[in-house]
Design a binder for this molecule. Structure first.
Ligand SMILES: O=C(O)c1ccccc1NCC(=O)[C@H](O)[C@H](O)COP(=O)(O)O
Length: 216
């Protein structure tokens, strides 16, 4: 935690990037197991990274994971499960995820178009919500910034949940994003990359330097 802010660095595919992020103060490391992502890790890479990243910090990231598949991944040693999904996914599936990993380990990331209401019923099943920028093209890692005002409103309305701000965060905009959104937890991915799945050490350092300068 840096200046009261919990930080997840996502899209990690290499131990060297995870090691630097952890050294700089990352609280969580996200590994994307969604095969269509340009940052996808294989099962072997995920296993290897899970063995090296300290317990409590390993986040599985995927899209609309099947329940059998989720049970298998839960055995790999992940500590949290960030699941992206479209709004037409059944609540029964969300409930099943929660039953498998537990609400405390389930991070729900609904793909939320700007014109849609937040799907409030999902809150029954998870303690953490990731509010990512909406993209029709991808489920995450778009590099687009979201609606920081909407984040502020939702996280105030449902303050019994932990809210994670995601979408296009970078060393250049993170201070303003935190100021406008009131976020206490952020998720950073393409804003600190040199190419998809490869972190840029200078940008990672710049991000944490910017966070270090946030007023508490
Ligand atoms: O990053 C991906 O390729 C991805 C693909 C499918 C589901 C989730 C994905 N990323 C999830 C993340 O946690 C990202 O950090 C989040 O979307 C923010 O990404 P960015 O806008 O690049 O900071």
């Amino acid at each position: 935690m840096i200046n009261g802010l919990t930080v997840k660095v996502c899209g990690i595919t290499r131990w060297a990037d995870a090691e630097l992020a952890l050294e700089l103060g990352a609280d969580y490391i996200g590994m994307i197991c969604y095969a269509k992502s340009p940052r996808a890790v294989t099962l072997e890479q995920a296993r290897d990274l899970c063995n090296r990243i300290p317990a409590g910090k390993r986040v599985f990231v995927d899209v609309a994971t099947g329940t059998d598949e989720l049970e298998n991944f839960a055995d790999l040693g992940f500590d949290a499960f960030q699941l992206h999904f479209d709004l037409d996914l059944s609540l029964a599936t969300v409930a099943a995820w929660s039953g498998i990993v537990g609400p405390e380990a389930l991070w729900l990331a609904p793909r939320l178009p700007v014109e849609e209401d937040f799907p409030q019923p999902i809150l029954e099943f998870a303690d953490t919500v990731v509010l990512d920028a909406h993209s029709k093209a991808v489920y995450g890692g778009s590099g687009q910034t979201g609606d920081w005002g909407r984040f502020a409103d939702l996280s105030t309305l449902y303050q019994h949940k932990r809210w994670v701000l995601a979408g296009g965060l970078s060393p250049e905009n993170v201070a303003e994003a935190v100021r406008q959104s009131g976020a206490t937890m952020i998720d950073v991915n393409s804003g600190v990359e040199s190419s998809p799945g490869v972190k840029d050490p200078a940008r990672l350092r710049a991000l944490f330097a910017a966070l270090g300068q946030l007023a508490q």
